[in-house]
Design a binder for this molecule. Structure first.
Ligand code: ADP
Ligand code: MG
Length: 327
């Protein structure tokens, strides 16, 4: 018997989705942030994300409004990663019979706020009982721009860049787990109220970006998906990684490594992308003019085995994997 915790999340997805049926409309199936489907002249994007009580959120740490908003944000972030435009949302809600209805209304206040921020129409879903706890599954349908940005487009010679400050959300989660009420608001905010980078993704998708992914499971692991799908090596230079003063101060105070959380912490919902070196200066300068969000070159793409290295060395720490405990 192979146990699920030996196989891991991605091994399980590979196993279960072997020989799935596609059809000629499916341009990109399983394995990217969204599926891309051609219907007539239009390309549509499809993605879904589940949000489970005590796995993805705890009622003790997050307000119901934040829980609803973050469930929407996680799904919308996959549309951002394709450089697309989000259009429609469907929500499946499962909850135990004794759940307080007001609490669910408040989750929906957050979901509706998230859908409005993402400019999507909430057009349906499903509601069902659960044995215990709340589950919210959000499906988003979007429109692809001319060429959706895939994980498979990275080329040797490309520069690797990232938006924002990876690792903030993981430090915020650490503070919540420790019950550290004095932790910097910016870190708690990063974990509880991430913003999907839809406008930024669309801007990058319109540029010369070759590959892109959103950071849900950690920088190394998520860049690993680009490395595998593009069959390239990606090296991250740690001295180039951006850190806020709050990250550094909290990490020092709590004994957590700011570097480790930047490399492996999940749920930042920032964008990581690769771009040819000749385009990078102009693209990043224009990005900085348009958005109040830092963007930083953190590494490079080379030919070679499909893997991510950190300062030229293999990285033994991975990111978040359901069914495996490493975080
Ligand atoms: P993301 O972190 O971008 O949401 P995931 O890591 O959850 O992506 O999923 C990776 C890929 O596997 C995606 O293309 C997703 O659609 C697909 N996938 C995940 N779970 C399943 C499943 N149970 N059945 C079919 N496809 C799946
Ligand atoms: Mg994604």
């Amino acid at each position: 018997m192979t146990r699920l915790d030996q196989l891991g999340e991605f091994g399980l997805i590979d196993l279960l989705t072997k020989n799935v049926s596609g059809n000629s409309s499916v341009l990109v199936g399983i394995g990217d942030d969204c599926a891309v489907v051609q219907e007539g002249k239009k390309q549509h994007l499809f993605t879904c994300d589940a949000f489970i009580e005590n796995i993805h959120f705890r009622r003790a740490w997050a307000s119901p409004e934040d829980i609803g908003r973050k469930a929407a944000a996680a799904a919308l972030s996959d549309i951002a990663a394709m450089g697309g435009i989000a259009r429609y949302m469907l929500v499946t809600l499962a909850c135990a019979r004794d759940t307080d209805v007001t609490y669910l209304e408040r989750i929906y206040t957050g979901l509706k706020a998230g859908s409005e921020e993402g400019r999507v129409a909430l057009i349906g879903g499903d509601t069902t009982a659960s044995c215990e706890g709340i589950m919210i599954s959000v499906t988003v349908i979007g429109k692809a721009l001319d060429n959706p940005v895939l994980r498979s487009g990275a080329r040797p010679g490309d520069v690797v860049a990232v938006t924002g400050y990876p690792g903030c959300a993981a430090l915020g989660l650490h503070a919540l787990e420790q019950g550290d009420g004095s932790a910097p608001e910016a870190l708690l905010h990063a974990h509880l109220r991430p913003r999907p980078k839809l406008m930024e993704g669309k801007f990058l998708g319109n540029g010369e970006v070759n590959a892109m992914i959103d950071l849900s499971d950690g920088l190394v692991q998520d860049l690993g998906h680009i490395a595998v799908r593009s069959n390239v090596s990606i090296d991250i230079e740690t001295e180039k990684l951006p850190f806020t003063p709050e990250q550094c101060a909290y990490a020092e105070k709590s004994g957590v490594s700011a570097l480790q959380t930047a490399l492996c912490g999940g749920e930042d919902y920032e964008l990581a992308f690769t771009v040819p070196p000749r385009q990078v200066a102009t693209l990043l300068a224009e990005f900085k003019l348009q958005f109040h969000l830092p963007v930083t070159v953190i590494g490079a793409v080379t030919e070679g085995p499909a893997r991510v290295t950190v300062d030229g060395l293999p990285c033994h720490h991975t990111g978040y994997n359901h069914f495996q405990t490493a975080k």
